[in-house]
Design a protein around this ligand. Sequence first.
Ligand code: SF4
Length: 64
Amino acid sequence: MKVKVDRSVCTGCELCVGLSPKLFALNADLTARAIREDVPRELVEECRDTADACPVFAIQVSGV
Ligand code: SF4
């Protein structure tokens, strides 16, 4: 599974960073980024939950 953050809609609320610090970090411009594009198998469920929790649906996941 792959993950990325649409920075054009991210509000920088940091929810994803708090929920999934191994996958997301904050940029200097206060938008979030995916630390790694390929999600390790053990973090797939956490990644999906975090994407669902993003209030503006900025986290995009693809693949299985
Ligand atoms: S939860 Fe969504 S809006 Fe908040 S920082 Fe993460 S990607 Fe951006």
